[in-house]
Design a binder for this molecule. Sequence first.
Ligand code: NAP
Length: 247
Amino acid sequence: MSGETARVAVVTGASAGIGAACARRLAAVGFRVWLGARRLALVEAVADEVGGVARALDVTDAESVAAFAAELESVDVLVNNAGGARGRDPVTAITDQHWRWMWEVNVLGLVRMTRALLPQLERSGSGHIVNMGSVAGFEVYEGGAGYTSAKHAVRAITRTLRLELVDRPVRVTEIDPGMVATDFSRNRFLGDEARAAEVYRGVTPLTADDVADCVAWAVTRPPHVNIDELVLRPRQQAAAHRVHRAG
Ligand code: NAP
């Protein structure tokens, strides 16, 4: 497919994990992919691999988001993937810094990107917003409120957007994974490898590519078909807090 005619997909948080896997999958099904994240060297490496475009992007920074959006005339797919968690403390022990980080990236970042790119999504004639939610968007667990409340907000925003955009040519999908083997837990526990490894002990988690497969499937349905939400988890994880560990 030539650069002029390829449909455009934007992926936020494309430097690692699920975002990088989405960029690879979307390129494989024919999209011209624009990849954004803060660690530009990592984004460039993935973009080189898939023939995409790499840009530094901080979804918590309005100027960064505006500069990213200004380069795009038309966008077919926006994958709002940038996000993550900080800590596993009780509600009253979470620091303001961690509350802010989780809400800024997962919630406000998603809103900023959606607001900035909605004109381009409409201009494409068949736009599609894919929000990376989580089972944390409808389940809670002790020590998880900073993250689960942010993902609950993502779910509320996704469902509201679907109502507000019903008369426009823009689909709205939420993908809700359970446990996925990425840097998510390493980042959540600020580099504590042992604590991160414990999350996945005795479990075969989802891979980032399992999630990207769902994203690619949702965005390649015919334009009149809206996949509202898609929940996927490891077989050994019946709920966020109910995990069967082998051995
Ligand atoms: P990850 O490996 O930690 O990747 C997080 C990505 O978000 C990185 O590419 C990071 O890039 C980007 N990011 C963080 N802050 C950003 C910012 N301010 N601006 C732009 N990009 C930013 O974790 P992951 O598992 O792939 O997570 C991706 C998404 O899946 C998140 O929304 C997460 O909540 C969701 N999710 C993960 C799991 C799981 O178990 N792993 C389960 C359900 C949902 P830079 O650091 O380079 O900016």
